[in-house]
Structures are given as structure tokens and as C-alpha cells.
Design a binder for this molecule. Structure first.
Ligand code: FES
Length: 114
């Protein structure tokens, strides 16, 4: 299973087959600032520092332009990792919403705030 590491916190979790970055983080007890969750608003936009992602469900070309994709921008609400990836959040930090889920799924619950 591909892993997702979120900077600046350094929190890492695994994804399941076909799972988006946002779904993997939510399942693991973490959250960050999102809006539509459908690839339309751009509020979740982050920077892909390492690895590649797919968009099995299309996102708006105006929300994530080809130029932004080329420079590493991604939409975690729709992005599905192709392999291990590292993402840098923009103007936000990952929040631990459930220490129980974080401990079950192996993410480091000592990072991020609950
Ligand atoms: S939450 Fe709207 S584009 Fe990701």
C-alpha cells in the first residue's frame, strides 16, 4: 500500500487501493482545511514534494491547471497516490481528530494537535 507523508508535520499513513489522500488521512484520524471535497474549489490545494498521483475522477481544469500540475500542485481530496508520496500543506497544519484511529492505523498521533 502506498504511504502518504504530510509536511510540515511529518505524519505518515498508508492508503488503501483507490483511496484518495483525504480519505486515507480521514480514516487515519487526521484532518485539514477542505471545502467541496470534489476537486472544484481548490481550498485543499497542496504541493506534491515527492511521488506521483492520479485523478481517477476528473477535477476542474480551472481549479488545478496544467501549469500548476507541472509545478507539483495537487488536490488531496481527489488525488490517489501511484506510490509513496510526500505532500506539503499550504497555510495549514494537519490536525489529529482521533487519537484512537491514529493509533489503530499506525499514524503518529503525537504529532498534530487534537
Ligand atoms: S476540497 Fe475543494 S478542491 Fe479539494
Amino acid at each position: 500500500m502506498p504511504s502518504v507523508t504530510i509536511q510540515p508535520d511529518g505524519i505518515r499513513t498508508d492508503t488503501r487501493e483507490g483511496e484518495t489522500v483525504l480519505q486515507a488521512l480521514s480514516r487515519s484520524g487526521y484532518g485539514f482545511r477542505v471545502g467541496c471535497r470534489r476537486g472544484g474549489c481548490g481550498i485543499c490545494k497542496a504541493d506534491l514534494l515527492d511521488g506521483e498521483v492520479d485523478y481517477p475522477v476528473a477535477v476542474s481544469d480551472t481549479t488545478l491547471t496544467d501549469g500548476e500540475r507541472a509545478t507539483g500542485a495537487c488536490l488531496p481530496c481527489r488525488a490517489v497516490p501511484r506510490g509513496d508520496i510526500t505532500i506539503q500543506l499550504r497555510d495549514d497544519k494537519l490536525r489529529c481528530c482521533s487519537t484512537l484511529l491514529a493509533s489503530i492505523y499506525g499514524a503518529d498521533s503525537t504529532k498534530g494537535s487534537c
